[in-house]
Design a protein around this ligand. Structure first.
Ligand code: AMP
Length: 182
C-alpha cells in the first residue's frame, strides 16, 4: 500500500483526479474539504466553526485539521489512501510526517498538479460551489501562494514531489498520474 498526497492550487483538478485514481487503485480518498463540507451540512460543532472560514476562502486552523487527519489515518486499517487538500501549511506537512512515522507509513508519494491562475479561476467560476465567487477565489489563490506553496518546497527538498501538468483532458491527466504511480 502507498500513501499519495495530491497537491496543487484550488481548482486544478485534485478532487476529480483523486476520486478516479482511488477507484482504479482501490485507495481511500480522503478530502479534507469534503470532510469539512459534510460537517457544515450536518451542523456539527466543527461545521459551525468551519463555515465562515471556508466561505471567505481562509484556512481552518492547523490544530483542527491535524486532529481530523490523525484520527482518519489511525483508523485506515492498512488501506492505501490519497490525501486531497491536506497538507495546506508547513505546520500540517510536518504534523503529517510525524503521523506517518508513528504509523509506519513509508511509501509516501507526492503529486503536484499545475495550472496557471487564469485557467484555475475560470474553472472555479464554472464549478460554482458556494466558495467559488470571484472574491473568495482571489483570496484562496492568495492563501495558496502565501501559506501552501512552502509545502511544495518541503516535499521537493525531501525528493518526494512529482509535477504533472493539470491542464488538458481529465482522462489523459489521469493516465499520466497512473503511469507515475505504477
Ligand atoms: P477544498 O475542497 O480542498 O478546496 O477545501 C475547501 C475549503 O476547506 C478550503 O478553502 C479551506 O477553507 C478548507 N480546508 C480544506 N482543507 C483544509 C486544510 N488542509 N487546512 C485548512 N483548511 C482546509
Amino acid at each position: 500500500m502507498f500513501q499519495l498526497i495530491i497537491f496543487g492550487p484550488p481548482g486544478v483538478g485534485k478532487g476529480t483526479q483523486a476520486a478516479s485514481i482511488s477507484e482504479k487503485l482501490n485507495l481511500q480518498h480522503i478530502s479534507t474539504g469534503e470532510i469539512l463540507r459534510k460537517a457544515v451540512s450536518e451542523g456539527t460543532e466543527l461545521g459551525l466553526k468551519a463555515k465562515e472560514i471556508m466561505d471567505r476562502g481562509n484556512l481552518v486552523p492547523d490544530e483542527i485539521m491535524n486532529g481530523i487527519v490523525k484520527e482518519t489515518l489511525e483508523n485506515i486499517n492498512g488501506k492505501g489512501f490519497i490525501l486531497d487538500g491536506f497538507p495546506r501549511t508547513l505546520n500540517q506537512a510536518k504534523a503529517l510526517m510525524e503521523i506517518f512515522e508513528n504509523l509506519n507509513f513509508n511509501e509516501v508519494k507526492v503529486i503536484t498538479l499545475t495550472a496557471d491562475d487564469e485557467e484555475i479561476t475560470e474553472r472555479l467560476l464554472k464549478r460554482g460551489r458556494s466558495d467559488d465567487t470571484r472574491d473568495t477565489i482571489l483570496n484562496r489563490l492568495n492563501v495558496y501562494y502565501n501559506s501552501t506553496t512552502p509545502v511544495k518546497e518541503y516535499y521537493e527538498k525531501l525528493g518526494l514531489n512529482m509535477n504533472i501538468n493539470g491542464v488538458g483532458e481529465a482522462d489523459k491527466i489521469n493516465e499520466v498520474i497512473l503511469n507515475k504511480l505504477i
